[in-house]
Design a protein around this ligand. Structure first.
Ligand code: SAM
Length: 277
């Protein structure tokens, strides 16, 4: 099926606001399914576009649930997916669906595989990291710099709050580089495929809100010490913040970006203890 021709003849106009840069190379689409280890089961795709990745996924999965916000793609998807009975298309904004609505559609165990619109990257990843109970993995095509941030190691410029939030519940790897020329139309940035395999029991994060606040505070002022960031973020005196840093066993002048994910968990638990005193 010539997707580009179909889009042209149906008079489809790309909507930049929705991040519409489609993948059409069949081999690459198959490779993304393999990157995600799709082998039966259910896949959630966010942003079906013209249905190219959807078609590939439907060959490997038992069931594909695909969201697409743009009504103008509905009739194109009806053509490209006409011979795919295991695909359910939901026309709508995925962000307007609660996680429980999504998980009712996808069931108790599913993988997320998507070439996501760039404007949704942060919010979507945070939602699946923090709210999903049933997604076993994310395999996402994202802007190259974002992929590097998600998989970053401590003490690098890419390491930040989203890195820690995701790596606290998942093992994250950049698995493939995608030069911009592979997209139609060609965007201004290169991309990469990143996988996050969830291990939600990796750490005991009973108070997610406090963990989030700790991480946010630690990265709030990158040039300041962790001590100053924690004092400002929690309204602690310098002495109290220093006592917390010492109790964690960290250097007094360390910075948030130097802490490993494990050390962030130690910090959050210590703050939790301090707050309960
Ligand atoms: N999966 C297709 C592909 O790989 O060729 C399309 C990927 S394109 C980068 C992202 C798609 O997400 C677009 O079709 C866009 O209309 C859709 N989209 C954007 N925001 C959305 C949202 N909030 N909910 C559902 N779909 C969305």
């Amino acid at each position: 099926m010539d997707i580009k021709q179909l889009l042209k003849t149906s008079g489809f106009r790309f909507n930049k606001q929705f991040g519409q840069n489609f993948l059409t190379d069949e081999t690459l689409l198959d490779d993304i399914c393999l990157d995600a280890h799709v082998d039966g089961g259910t896949v959630l795709e966010i942003g079906a576009g013209a249905g190219t990745l959807t078609r590939a996924l439907s060959r490997y999965a038992d069931k594909v649930v695909a969201f697409e916000i743009d009504r103008n793609l509905e009739k194109i998807l009806a053509v490209t997916l006409q011979d795919r009975p295991n695909v359910s298309v939901v026309i709508g904004d995925v962000m307007k669906y609660s996680m429980s609505q999504i998980e009712r559609l996808c069931g108790s165990d599913y993988k997320v595989v998507a070439n996501i619109p760039y404007y949704l990257t942060g919010p979507l990843i945070m939602r699946f990291a923090e709210e999903s109970a049933n997604a076993s993995s994310l395999t996402l095509t994202v802007q190259k710099e974002v992929a590097e941030r998600l998989a970053a190691r401590p003490s690098t410029k890419d390491y930040g709050a989203i890195t820690v939030a995701l790596q606290a519940v998942a093992d994250v790897t950049v698995v493939r580089s995608l030069p911009r020329e592979l997209f139609y139309p060609v965007p201004n940035v290169d991309s990469a495929v990143v996988t996050a395999n969830f291990r939600r029991d990796k750490f005991d994060l009973t108070s997610r809100e406090l963990f989030r606040k700790t991480v946010r505070a630690a990265f709030s002022m990158r040039r300041k010490t962790l001590l100053n960031c924690i004092a400002a973020g929690f309204g602690f005196s310098k002495e109290r913040a220093a006592a917390i840093i010492a109790e964690c066993g960290f250097e007094p002048d360390c910075r948030g970006e130097q802490l490993s994910v494990e050390q962030f968990v130690i910090l959050y638990k210590t703050i939790e203890g301090a707050l309960s005193k």
